[in-house]
Design a protein around this ligand. Structure first.
Ligand SMILES: [Zn+2]
Length: 378
């Protein structure tokens, strides 16, 4: 099967993440499409349940000689399709393939499967793993399960990078801040304490801190940290002082900023507000976080990929990406990882496409990079 036909097949199967859109089908059906293509190309296929009904599919190619284990990794789930017309009917126009998941990231998945299928007939040394994982768009249950059962000496995550080599991205932390006021009738200001106004003080402090974060020197391949308010709620009735206001916020992190750093920073802001006003009460907790990631561009994997790009006259980078990916989970499990995938546009929006020529170039660069690594002697 051609790479483009495989891509069209993948896009035509709804794999919206059910944790994002309740009732959505998830990865099971598209996993079968990936498994079929891997098997037809001569790879062994292993299904791994990341969560009930949420499989990872791992294609395995083992050579006769021992050698490095190389992983290609991409996610099978997509975000929702609200506002799209015919999101699962792939449409080719002007060298682009349109449809949900075309760019994020069935283009990359098609390229990596096609690369493995191209490598299979002459594979003699080391191991090639093609990991198609579940749930990247929500909690990365797929990548978390993958690294518990599988490992590799290097991994290429084929998220869309416009055919540039990316060696880093930011992490993120989600925090909840609660201000505690005192409920009272609106006519009795002495008895009440307005938790929403207290949150306004928090917000102004956060704004100042965001400015400070963004004025720091950018972290290599990650840029600057930042924060923003995401969801806010508070108040019960028009004529009642609100006793509680809840803010959920996001902090984008760079290397060196772990959960402790992020929590301490918000704790210090709340302490300062409390010191300025003894009746101010606020607390914060971490909801979830994901680490930032960065790999030295002089490591063997980015060096090989840069060489494969340079041999085609393509810019070798490396660059950093703005968005978080499963590469951080692979890297956290000790697998040096880079990002490399086709270009397109409309990630998470109502008109999404991938450049078809890029999918082919991505496949060919993957083939060459894997050959370079697999033939390298330690
Ligand atoms: Zn993605």
């Amino acid at each position: 099967m051609s790479t483009r036909a495989l891509l069209a097949d993948l896009v035509s199967v709804n794999s919206v993440n059910p944790s994002l859109v309740p009732g959505a089908p998830g990865e099971a059906a598209v996993a079968d499409v990936a498994a079929h293509a891997l098997r037809a190309g001569g790879l062994d296929v292993v299904f791994q349940e990341a969560a009930p009904g949420r499989p990872n599919v791992i294609g395995v190619l083992d050579g006769r000689e021992s050698g490095p284990a190389i992983m290609l990794c991409g996610h099978l789930d997509t975000v929702g399709v609200e506002g799209m017309t015919d999101p699962f009917t792939p449409r080719v126009d002007g060298g682009r393939l349109y449809g949900r998941g075309a760019q994020d990231m069935k283009g990359g998945v098609a390229a990596m499967i096609a690369a493995a299928v191209a490598l299979a007939p002459t594979w003699t040394r080391g191991r090639l793993l093609v990991a198609c994982v579940a749930d990247e768009e929500y909690e990365s249950l797929g990548a978390e399960a993958l690294v518990k059962a599988w490992t590799a000496d290097a991994a290429i995550v084929t998220e869309p990078t416009d055919l540039t080599l990316a060696v880093g991205h930011k992490g993120f932390a989600w925090l909840e801040i609660v201000t505690h006021g005192r409920a009272a009738h609106g006519s009795r200001p002495r008895e009440g304490r307005d938790a929403i106004v207290d949150m306004a003080r928090v917000l102004l402090t956060l704004e100042a801190h965001d400015r400070a974060l963004q004025s720091r020197a950018p972290s290599e391949y990650q840029g600057t940290a930042s924060l923003h308010a995401s969801i806010i709620s508070g108040g019960r009735e028009l004529s009642v002082y609100p006793d509680r206001c809840v803010l959920q916020m996001e902090r984008r992190t760079v290397s060196g900023e772990d959960d402790g750093v992020v929590l301490a920073e918000v704790g210090a802001m709340l302490d300062t507000l409390g010191a300025a006003d003894a009746r101010f009460r606020g607390d914060a907790r971490l909801m979830t976080s994901r680490p930032p990631y960065r790999l030295s561009p002089s490591a063997p994997l980015p060096t090989a990929l840069a060489a494969a790009l340079a041999s085609r006259g393509l810019p070798a980078g490396p660059v950093g990406m703005s968005f978080w990916t499963d590469a951080a989970i692979l890297a956290g499990a000790g697998i040096p990882s880079v990002l490399f995938g086709p270009g397109g546009a409309g990630l998470h929006s109502v008109e999404e496409y991938v450049n078809l020529a890029d999918v082919d170039v991505c496949r060919d660069v993957l083939v060459e990079t894997v050959r370079l690594i697999s033939s390298s002697r330690p």
